[in-house]
Design a protein around this ligand. Structure first.
Ligand code: GLC
Ligand code: CA
Length: 556
């Protein structure tokens, strides 16, 4: 694996709508982000990924773009964006935008023109098909529920949308469309953008010609993943995109890749891969059920550990994975990966340690550094997210009570992560002076940046220590490049691993339970680098780990 400038960095995801509102309209914006750059710099962040801020009707919160070359007025102007790029540069930080090119918005000019003339030039930018003997062209289900085909009024034709019907899929088989995409990417890179997080990219290759797959639910439809497993050759598009765009700029790219074929991994993130890195979703997809969220079990500590190690083994020396505990599509990591009733500062720090010390690039999602938690939704009306609404209906249709359906949605809703950032304990958590677009979590009276900055034992200060260790000249090499070797892998509710180079060995060890447990240390301790407790209990070579204690030790 060749060393790259970004390997030793720390990345941070901003969900602009919920980060900081500068003008009191209840929606976070670019000026809000600019006002917090010093905060992020001080935290130790080098790379910032912004979820989409392009013009959009916000049917899927900006993942439905109606103009790739402009900023949505709710988020600001292109001048604001230029200012953000300049201010980030001054601080030696890179800005990534979200590249959403599997689909655009139905309000994009291309789609509008395609609707006027489905057989014309722009019709070929999309997938438009006739119905087959009165039936839809295929029986594929969209990610957000219902069939992927939407009728074009006044015709017998349908357009394809793997996501919402306001997100028509772009036809990557059409070279003209691909040219448009590359032109747009280069336009942004010319402006000084550091690179992109690349949305839903595996979906750009469809299994063609169109055909049905076996139905997997009562609705007679087949999940999109089944079709994707049968689609070959996405690499041809991805390689072309890399060569025509990112490569020339040495841009940093992080792919949102699900369902890649194992043998393709080196092509994706090897030395000359399609992307610099991609996210590890092995923990997030654990237990996922074909039936829906209501059928998805809670992950246990042992399963969580297994998922992390599985990814580490799979990646090995092939490339550099990006590690997360949450993002804007997932519930809060501390609410998900810590057992019910066991989510408190010490356990949050334990989870942070386990995740942050894995080999790869850490991506912090806004508020994670405060230990922000899931919110309690009282009813489905509290929820804005389209996928949660669909899953609620799926649960009801399957015979769940409204309480059961709400329970499933509350656990997994994407809105858990989308509640406003908790800056302080004031009415709207310091996020806005107006009415926030999505309810602020009532726990902001205790979980907020201001309070945590004042408390040196806070989750926030703990994250700062983890980041500082990654950047410490003495330990940087082992934290970034050290081989990861599991330790006592089969021990119940213990997550532990070595990070090892020729010079140094670290032992990262976490007690993933409230009860104490003893561990026999493999060798003597040279330095205690991280501890989420004021003390450490070592007797001879026996280490007694306290309730959710986590340690990073340098050992002989
Ligand atoms: C990605 C995004 C998600 C969005 C979807 C469709 O998974 O992260 O928020 O809904 O793609 O663009
Ligand atoms: Ca605003």
């Amino acid at each position: 694996m060749k060393k790259k400038w970004w390997h030793e960095k720390v990345a941070y995801q901003i969900y602009p709508k919920s980060f900081c509102d500068s003008n009191g309209d209840g929606i976070g914006d670019i000026q809000g982000i600019i006002s917090k750059l010093d905060y992020l710099k001080d935290l130790g962040v080098d790379i910032i990924w912004l979820s989409p801020i392009y013009c959009s009707p916000l049917a899927d919160q900006g993942y439905d773009i109606s103009d790739y070359y402009n900023i949505d007025p709710r988020f600001g102007t292109m001048e604001d964006m230029d200012q953000l790029l300049a201010e980030a540069k001054k601080r030696d930080m890179k800005i990534l935008m979200d590249l959403v090119v599997n689909h655009c918005s139905d309000e994009h000019e291309w789609f509008q023109k395609a609707m006027e003339d489905p057989d014309g030039k722009y019709g070929k930018y999309f997938y438009i098909e006739e119905s087959k003997d009165g039936k839809l062209p295929t029986n594929w289900r969209s990610y957000f529920g219902g069939p992927v085909w939407e009728k074009i009024p006044g015709t017998d034709k349908y357009y394809l949308h793997l996501f919402h019907k306001k997100q028509p899929d772009l036809n990557w088989e059409n070279p003209e469309l691909r040219e448009e995409v590359y032109k747009m990417i280069n336009w942004w890179l010319d402006k000084g953008l550091g690179g992109f997080r690349i949305d839903a990219i595996i979906n750009i290759k469809k299994a063609l010609p169109f055909r049905d797959y076996p139905a997997d639910r009562e609705d007679g439809l087949s999940r999109p993943q089944t079709m994707l497993a049968d689609a070959h050759g996405v690499g041809v598009f991805l390689g072309e995109m890399r060569d025509r765009t990112f490569k020339k700029y040495d841009a940093f790219t992080a792919g949102e890749v699900f369902n890649e074929k194992p043998e393709e991994l080196p092509d994706f993130i090897g030395d000359d891969g399609y992307f610099s890195t991609m996210f590890d979703f092995n923990e997030t997809i654990w237990g996922m059920s074909d039936k829906g969220w209501y059928d998805q079990p809670r992950i246990t500590p042992d399963d969580y550990k297994r998922c992390c190690f599985e990814t580490q083994r799979k990646i090995g020396e092939v490339g550099f994975i990006s590690n997360i505990i949450e993002n804007h599509d997932e519930p809060r990591g501390v609410s998900r990966y810590l057992p019910d009733g066991e989510c408190f500062d010490t356990s949050k720090k334990m989870l942070a340690t386990m995740n942050f010390m894995l080999k790869g690039l850490p991506f912090i999602y806004q508020g994670q550094e405060l230990g922000m938690e899931n919110i309690k939704f009282n009813s489905i009306d509290d929820i804005d997210d389209i996928s949660s609404k669909d899953e609620y209906q799926v649960a009801l249709d399957a015979g769940c009570s409204t309480e059961e359906a709400m329970k499933a949605v509350s656990m997994f809703s994407r809105d858990n992560a989308r509640t406003p950032f908790q800056w302080d304990d004031s009415e709207n958590a310091g996020f806005t002076t107006g009415t926030p677009w999505l309810k602020v979590n009532p726990n902001h009276t205790t979980i907020n940046l201001k309070a945590e900055q004042a408390d040196e034992n806070s989750v926030f200060h703990y994250y700062k220590k983890l980041i500082a260790l990654r950047k410490d000249p003495e330990y940087k090499d082992v934290v970034v490049y050290g081989e990861l070797i599991p330790f006592l892998e089969d021990r119940h509710n213990l997550m532990a691993y070595y990070r090892k180079t020729d010079e140094k060995t670290l032992l990262v060890i976490g007690n993933y339970q409230t009860a104490e447990q003893d561990v026999t240390l493999p060798s003597s301790v040279k330095n205690l680098l991280i501890n989420n407790y004021p003390d450490v209990k070592i007797n001879g070579n026996i280490l007694t780990l306290q309730n959710y204690q986590a340690l990073v030790l340098e050992i002989e």
